[in-house]
Design a protein around this ligand. Structure first.
Ligand code: ATP
Ligand code: ZN
Length: 220
């Protein structure tokens, strides 16, 4: 049962690449909110719903734990956040926030496929996704976890290659790196909690999902 009685909660990124488009979708689905003094919580006026504004990395856990009923997050963050417990499920892809997690390396690395990474050090903010990619291909490599500025790792000799999010490729190019392989194609997804809302809110939850689906499909 959800922790706040009588209201649904939707988790959205507070600021960043997904923030505006997430609120656009929620608005287009018919929800109106007031930006109160509380920066963390936007209160929806026309339904018993609150928008919880948090870092994207926290969204999968909040939804998995039932702290929020729905959430909007990148597939990359959802995949990286998966653990042994009950997880949030994907309701639908939303068609924005598209990016690709790629293996990239300097020209000096002769890359002929994942096997070329054997025995090397690879820097990434996505160690779980990368480890799975390597394991599935039988490649043994060292993973160096960096929270940001992954693209500078080869220049600093911290790693021979990186595994990082790419949209245009401009950042890679600016750092003298070339994309070599795709690890994960990602976009924003609507996720739902495995924890059911209180029974009186189930119908509202279903209808919000339905309306979001309508908005997404009308955008082609
Ligand atoms: P937060 O403060 O919420 O933790 P962040 O810095 O982790 O923010 P953003 O850079 O705002 O995250 O990116 C949020 C999401 O946007 C990414 O997880 C990814 O799904 C998506 N995205 C789309 N294009 C890109 C890109 N070029 N680089 C990084 N992320 C992208
Ligand atoms: Zn983040």
């Amino acid at each position: 049962m959800s922790t706040v009685q009588g209201r649904l909660r939707i988790a959205v990124q507070k600021s960043g690449r997904l923030a505006d488009r997430s609120l656009d979708l929620i608005r287009d689905a018919g929800l109106k909110w007031v930006k109160g003094h509380n920066d963390l919580l936007y209160r929806v006026e026309n339904y018993p719903i609150d928008l919880l504004r948090v870092r994207d990395d926290d969204i999968p856990t909040f939804v998995a734990d039932g702290v929020c009923d729905l959430g909007i997050v990148g597939e990359n963050v959802l995949e990286e956040g998966r653990n042994g417990g009950p997880n949030a499920s994907v309701v639908m892809p939303l068609g924005f926030g598209r990016c690709t997690l790629k293996i990239a390396a300097p020209p000096a690395l002769a890359y002929e496929g994942p096997a070329s990474l054997e025995g090397l050090r690879i820097a990434t903010s996505y160690p779980k996704i990368l480890r799975r990619f390597l394991d599935e291909r039988g490649v043994k490599a060292d993973i160096v976890v960096m929270r940001g500025a992954v693209e500078v790792a080869p220049r600093l000799k911290l790693a021979a290659a990186i595994c990082d999010l790419v949209s245009t490729g401009a950042t890679l190019e600016a750092n003298g790196l070339g994309a070599k392989d795709t690890v994960l194609e990602s976009q924003a997804v609507l996720i739902q909690s495995p924890v059911a809302p209180e029974p009186a809110l189930q119908h509202l939850l279903d209808s919000i999902i339905e309306r979001m689906a309508g908005v997404v499909s009308s955008q082609g």
